[in-house]
Design a protein around this ligand. Structure first.
Ligand code: ADP
Length: 350
């Protein structure tokens, strides 16, 4: 009440009328009736003047600002704002609202700045990654055009190298597209009951040639028993493909890669273990970042795009889980992830 224009006008009007009347009462000649009239007149005039000034010049403008802030608040941070009781002091409430609004905006600005820095870094990384195979292929093609094409042996060698660079470029673009599709939500997860044992066998088949070249033995623990989980077959195949491909790339020649399943009441933990070079501790937390490589030149030599684990991370995010890594440099690494066990099939219960 006190903070409304009417309340303030009443209070101040009363004070002014009282002071005026008290002042007039000092003169003995002024009669009681005249004093009452003076009180009434001075109260009415003061009340009216103060009310008009407060209502039309100050409170109306403040209310406009308050309504505007209210609208912005509703639009911008409905979740943050718990409905407050009617404001006692509108100036104080506006002050608080503007302050929390500014705080929220500052947070958004910080987030946008971070994203902008990330975007810049990402573009720089992508350009760099694209440049390497393009320059290599360009170099071979130009050398051929400059005359090497006439020498049959050199021609075949250079064409093979150019093709290899272009294959690398193709792999990189495919991985970038997969990442962007997952991020923009264009790829919808299709959850169903899937057999991890069978899935691993299929992925192993793909890598038989590569493993044989390094004399790496691919092994699944579990004696052929199915290991049912609730997940997206295609996406988890991609996760296992990337993990097993990395395991082969970083394995010692003649070693083993072991996939095992740890089945508990609710979940299944899948582990991919290799006995390769391992990952130094300071790098472990960063290997899931895009284009992060422990040994830049050697990883490229091994044909990696630097996006494999980033894709793994995104797919597992989509399954509300994440990959864990245990690694000892020189001894090997184990990548593992947890998935929920398969849901009971209603047709089985009948
Ligand atoms: P890349 O295409 O280079 O393999 P990834 O995102 O798949 O990219 O992996 C990132 C980096 O993590 C690799 O460059 C490698 O240094 C390291 N890494 C991944 N898996 C293994 C592994 N099984 N053993 C040792 N290092 C690994």
């Amino acid at each position: 009440m006190v903070y409304s224009s009417r309340g303030l006008a009443l209070l101040l009007g009363f004070c002014i009328a009282l002071i005026t009347t008290l002042f007039l009462s000092l003169f003995e000649s002024v009669k009681m009736n005249a004093l009452l009239v003076a009180f009434a007149i001075s109260f009415s005039v003061a009340y009216l003047l103060i009310f008009v000034v407060l209502e039309f010049l100050i409170f109306r403008e403040i209310n406009k600002i308050y309504k505007l802030v209210g609208k912005l608040k509703k639009k911008e941070y409905a979740k943050l704002d718990k409905q407050k009781p009617a404001p006692l002091n509108p100036l104080k409430t506006i002050n608080e609202d503007i302050f929390s609004f500014a705080e929220l905006k500052q947070k958004e600005i910080d987030e946008l700045k971070k994203l902008e820095a990330f975007r810049r870094e990402f573009i720089a990384d992508v350009s760099h990654e694209l440049k390497t195979p393009i320059f290599a292929a360009q170099g071979f093609v130009h050398t051929l055009l400059d005359g090497a094409v006439n020498d049959r042996a050199v021609r075949n060698k250079f064409l093979k190298k150019a093709a290899k660079s272009l294959d690398g470029l193709d792999m990189l673009v495919q991985d970038l597209l997969t990442l962007s599709h997952i991020e923009t939500g264009q790829i919808k997860m299709h959850f169903e009951n899937i057999d991890m044992y069978k899935l691993t066998e299929e992925v192993f088949e793909q890598f038989e040639g590569k493993a044989d070249k390094k004399d790496v033995h691919l092994k699944i623990e579990g004696h052929g028993h199915s290991v049912m989980v609730y997940a997206d077959w295609q996406r988890i195949t991609q996760v296992m493909t990337n993990l097993i491909s990395n395991a082969i790339k970083h394995s010692q020649d003649g070693s083993e890669i072991i996939v095992s399943f740890d089945v508990s009441k609710k979940n299944v933990v899948t582990r991919v273990r290799d006995f390769g070079e391992g990952i130094p501790e300071e790098h472990v937390s960063r290997i899931f970042e895009r284009f992060y490589r422990v040994d830049k030149s050697r990883s490229r030599e091994k044909g990696g795009t630097g996006l494999g684990l980033s894709i793994v991370k995104h797919i597992l995010d989509g399954h509300s889980t994440r990959a864990e890594v245990e690694s000892v440099p020189g001894e090997g690494s184990t990548f593992s992830f947890k998935l929920p066990r398969a849901k009971p099939d209603p047709s089985d219960e009948e």
